[in-house]
Design a protein around this ligand. Structure first.
Ligand code: AMP
Ligand code: ZN
Ligand code: FE
Ligand code: FE
Length: 281
């Protein structure tokens, strides 16, 4: 079973990288992608947890913004973790997430919602990519909302008046850097309309020209109709089709390997990296 998109405590997941690999093993996953938001911090710990039954695909989910301001997530897999330009891009995103968090808190406070940066720092694991889920956790801890989901629905969604963006590359820039770093680029849940504005189908042509390798089609935030349209786009552009859980531990309802990638599709994807970087024992 191949699950190429999961999160650990190095971003907004609730399992440590070690526990994430162990849970994947228990769930029968044979190829696991670890893709924390804008970070490769979990890679080394995840490697210490592998066993002969499971191989690791190291990666990151890069938060992008189109020139029209649409939020897009790009999965970079199998890239060289030492690549300077790649690490700089990830660091820029993480760095601007701190002032961005302060801004969101300021806006919430101005409306009488009693939350502080200290509350957020208390719930965000050390070294994690700071994000809205941590702000949600802080709001839950203070009894302001009941769950992460409720926090997003009421206060933190993309169209909320409390939403502030952080510095982010465009999808084309992210794809270019991933490919220059030797990896492969798969656009994550491109039609996840529940979260806000989505890409128009025409934009896939530009992404293909930039070096896009695949489309995450099978994902719980895309309905059957959306998955069908994406499958057709992938076929038309000769792009790999992936499916994945986007597992976040208890941070989201997604369960490990609830969606998976077909082995033939994975083989095609893996062969497009500039070196064999899958980690085995
Ligand atoms: P940020 O990167 O700080 O803008 O936060 C975006 C992240 O929040 C996404 O990548 C998801 O992992 C997470 N997220 C979005 N909607 C929800 C939700 N309803 N419940 C929990 N997490 C969510
Ligand atoms: Zn996340
Ligand atoms: Fe995502
Ligand atoms: Fe994700």
């Amino acid at each position: 079973m191949i699950d190429l998109h999961t999160h650990s405590t190095c971003s907004d997941g609730t399992d440590t990288p070690f526990a994430l690999v162990k849970k994947a093993l228990a769930a029968g996953v044979t190829t696991l992608g670890i893709t924390d938001h804008d970070s490769t911090a979990g890679w080394s710990e995840a490697i210490t947890a592998i066993q002969p039954q499971i191989q690791l695909v190291l990666g990151a989910e890069i938060s992008c913004l189109t020139t029209d301001g649409v939020s897009v997530h790009m999965l970079g897999l199998l890239f060289d973790g030492e690549h300077k330009e790649m690490q700089q891009m990830l660091e820029d995103s993480r760095d601007t997430r701190i002032p961005r968090m302060r801004k969101m808190i300021e806006l919430l406070r101005a409306d009488g919602i009693d939350i502080s940066i200290e509350d957020v720092n208390r719930v965000a694991p050390t070294g994690s990519t700071l994000g809205r889920p941590h702000l949600a956790d802080a709001l839950v801890a203070k009894g302001i909302v009941a769950s992460r989901d409720e926090a997003f629905l009421d206060l933190l969604h993309n169209e909320s008046k409390y939403y502030v963006s952080h510095a982010a590359p465009t999808p084309v820039e992210a794809i270019s850097v991933i490919r220059r770093a030797g990896g492969v680029a798969v656009i994550a849940h491109p039609f996840a309309s529940r979260r806000g504005e989505i890409l128009v189908p025409e934009s896939f042509t530009d992404l293909l020209a930039a070096g896009l390798n695949g489309i995450e089609v099978h994902h719980r935030d895309q309905n059957a109709q959306e998955q069908k349209v994406l499958t057709d786009i992938a076929r038309g552009l000769n792009l790999v089709v992936t499916g994945s859980s986007d597992y976040h531990g208890t941070g989201k309802l997604n369960s490990m390997a609830e969606n998976t990638t077909h082995p033939a599709q994975w083989e095609m994807l893996e062969s497009a990296a500039n070196a064999r970087r899958v980690i085995t024992v």
